[in-house]
Design a protein around this ligand. Structure first.
Ligand SMILES: Cc1ncc(C[n+]2csc(CCOP(=O)(O)OP(=O)(O)O)c2C)c(N)n1
Length: 374
């Protein structure tokens, strides 16, 4: 296995002094190592990371590095093809991509298609790439070729990183980090006990949906009311909006994460503009991309309440303990939407947290049956 420090030092030898990205579970050891060494810029989304890197190159002439999970590859295709591409501005950027769903490995359904098509996508885009080795000598050679190619062609180069490439590294974290006493799972448990039989729930990507699934099991509530957004990070609120506009007689609850909300924050503007009266947006804000290693988001520096109000939400609430959640919940529920409830929590999850045992298509069928029944 490859030591994150080894790759980091090699990159520094090639003159890389600007690294940023969107966290990924496969790259968490490298990303955390880089973060702890001062590379503390986490982008809103992968396209944003590439654009920031392009700006850095324009201002320094040097080659930056971005890292991302292949789920987010779609988010960089636009700036890859219309900004950094050789036929446009021709900007060199080293792009490290965590290869979830690599053929021959076991992974969750939402990672199968991105994994299976990853190499074909790179070929179709004409992007030079290599599969990162875990052997140090090999890596040195691979980097020499990557930097030579980037300098020669003045365009991006991709290092694809298969599962289990990196040795472990324990994230030291952000010293600015605040801590709240409430756990995400405790907040979710309180919420599902408050939701009614007819309430529709759309939950965000990562551990929120996994915890929601297990809590429904624990309380014998069934899973038919929940749409688990296992992929498509940042889009849960727009799925919920699409539902809310059709199901005006039912309350729709979107349970979002701070990383996900920031990833596609424009969604709030459209919810505010559409004014769905039945739209109840719940943000679980732990200030981190907790599901993939805990690297910080801008969640604790953003005033989400003000943003939502500025976008046209009718009312916003913010709580950081179960008592306050209890007290304000009826007001939140009975307020005309769109409304936002921000729940401040700590990071962390149970080590034995499982994954949904229903497939996405089973989830969809049960959910649609619930939505379409008279
Ligand atoms: C487009 C995209 N980029 C990255 C990922 C990897 N990913 C899965 S969950 C997650 C973190 C989500 O953070 P947040 O919404 O704050 O929820 P938390 O994990 O903290 O509960 C990330 C980055 C992804 N699934 N899709």
């Amino acid at each position: 296995m490859l030591k994150p420090a080894f790759l980091y030092n090699q990159l520094e030898k090639h003159g890389v002094d600007f690294m940023l990205g969107v966290p990924d579970s496969l790259l968490k050891h490298f990303g955390s190592y880089a973060f702890d060494r001062g590379n503390d810029l986490i982008a809103a989304n992968e396209g944003g990371a590439l654009a920031i890197a392009a700006g850095y190159h324009l201002a320094s002439g040097k080659i930056p590095l971005i890292y991302l999970q292949n789920s987010g590859f779609g988010n960089i295709v636009n700036p890859l093809t219309s900004l950094t591409d050789e036929e446009v501005y021709s900007i060199p950027v080293l792009i490290i991509v965590g290869w979830r769903g690599q053929p021959g490995t076991d992974d969750e359904p939402q990672h199968i298609k991105p994994g299976k098509t990853q190499e074909e996508q790179l070929k179709a885009l004409g992007l030079p790439y290599t599969i990162l080795s875990s052997d140090e000598q090999q890596v040195e050679k691979q980097l020499a070729l990557a930097f030579d190619t980037m300098k020669r062609k003045s365009s991006p180069y991709v290092l694809l990183v298969p599962p289990n490439t990196f040795e472990g590294y324990t994230f030291q974290g952000d010293s600015k980090e605040k801590s709240y006493s409430l756990k995400r799972e405790e907040a979710l448990e309180k919420l599902i006990l408050k939701f009614g039989e007819d309430d529709i729930v759309v939950s965000t990507t990562g551990k929120t949906s996994r915890e929601l699934f297990e809590l429904r099991e624990k309380h014998g509530q069934g899973h038919h009311r929940d749409f688990l957004t296992v992929g498509s990070m940042g889009h849960a609120s727009q799925i919920a909006l699409g539902i809310a506009l059709q199901k005006k007689e039912q309350s729709v609850f979107c349970i979002d994460g701070d990383g996900a909300m920031i990833m596609h924050m424009g969604a709030l503007a459209i919810i505010g503009e559409q004014q769905p009266a039945n739209f109840h947006h719940i943000l679980i804000n732990n200030g981190a991309h907790e599901s993939v290693g805990g690297q910080p988001t801008a969640g604790f520096t953003v005033d989400f309440g003000k943003i939502a109000e500025g976008c046209g939400y009718k009312k916003t609430f913010r709580v950081d303990d179960l008592n306050s959640l209890d007290k304000i919940f009826d007001d939140f529920l009975n307020s005309k939407g769109p409304v936002l409830l921000e729940i401040m929590t700590q990071t962390g999850a149970r080590s034995d947290l499982g994954r949904p045992t229903l497939s996405p298509t089973e989830n969809k069928s049960n959910f649609m049956q619930f939505l379409l029944e008279e």
